[in-house]
Design a protein around this ligand. Structure first.
Ligand code: PMP
Length: 298
């Protein structure tokens, strides 16, 4: 008999799957779904604050762009997807939490051909998430730089949020093996792209730096909010190419993502960043972001 999985979903969860709200035991996709067979599909990860899905429209637009890039026609309109997400959040009584929205290519015959698939599946999971321990938000996090480079933009573009995350997972394994929780990845030309699930920012002599999405980063929705918050405070920001050396000599570093929110980085490859505590701009951004998510319209 199989032993009980300690990571099994809570049995009370209600999962949206193709128009129905189902229990985790009922919410099943087929072993013939190309999302499973080939990682053929797209997804979004979103935060819920005070019962509202943060930046829901922006997430659905990005989902649409990801789907378009891989020639997947979403089986629902923007409004229907928004309704499905909101319905799932409500059904699970989520006030502050996390939502995963997934679209798979659907069931098909064996073989890569998208022509031999039908009916993409859409599912939504709403639950709690704690990506990193709370304590790291106060004291900062240690990360490594990964030997695994980010996908070449002419392979699967890092701007596509696809179900094929092995590139990032290999870098994450390297981080975990090194005893840290995140890894910063470089692109094929040697410049900083992003972390395995977060965008990267540094501060250098009062100026905030971050790679462009064309350097191999997802166009993060948290990243865009942070850029807006920096602009509001007239803190200088530059999207630029960054090397490993730029990381090592940064005064401050932080990462952004829907699940991570804004997390300070205080050590990279065993080198302290600044004085190895979250710096003043990082703390300001974290404070402004926390305020923004409580007060900003969707
Ligand atoms: N980069 C990668 C590879 C990601 O998976 C994510 C999302 N977890 C991000 C960056 C951050 O994007 P967002 O702020 O939209 O969540």
């Amino acid at each position: 008999m199989a032993t009980e999985n300690p990571f099994a979903p809570k049995p009370g969860l209600k999962i949206y799957l193709d128009g129905k709200l189902l229990s985790p035991a009922e919410a099943k996709v087929s072993v013939f779904d190309h999302g499973l067979l080939y990682g053929d599909g797209v997804f979004e990860g979103m935060r819920v604050y005070s019962g509202h899905v943060f930046k829901l429209d922006a997430h659905i637009v990005r989902l649409h762009d990801s789907a378009k890039a891989i020639r997947l026609t979403l089986p629902m309109t923007h409004g229907q997807i928004a309704d499905a997400v909101n319905q799932t959040v409500k059904a699970n009584g989520i006030v502050d939490g996390y939502v995963r929205l997934v679209v798979t290519r659907g069931v098909g015959t064996l073989g890569l051909s998208i022509v031999r698939t039908a009916d993409p599946s859409v599912f939504v999971i709403a639950d709690q998430i704690e990506l990193y321990p709370r304590e790291l938000y106060e004291n900062g996090m240690a990360v490594i730089t990964s030997s695994v480079i980010r996908n070449h933009p002419n392979a699967v573009s890092p701007r596509v949020k696809s179900l094929n995350y092995l590139n990032n997972i290999l870098a994450k394994i390297e981080a975990l093996d090194a005893g840290v929780l995140e890894a910063i990845m470089f692109n094929h030309t040697g410049y900083v792209a992003e972390a395995t699930g977060d965008n990267v920012f540094t501060v250098h002599r009062g100026e905030v730096l971050t790679p462009r999405s064309s350097d191999g980063a997802l166009e993060g929705i948290t990243r865009a909010v942070v850029i807006e918050l920096l602009q509001k405070r007239s803190i200088p920001l530059r999207e630029t190419k960054m090397t490993r050396h730029d990381l090592y000599i940064a005064d401050e570093c932080f990462m952004t993502g829907s699940a991570a929110e804004v997390v300070p980085v205080t050590q990279i490859d065993n080198r302290p960043i600044g004085d190895a505590t979250p710096g003043p701009i990082t703390r300001q951004v974290m404070k402004d972001f926390a305020e923004y998510v409580r007060t900003a319209p969707a």
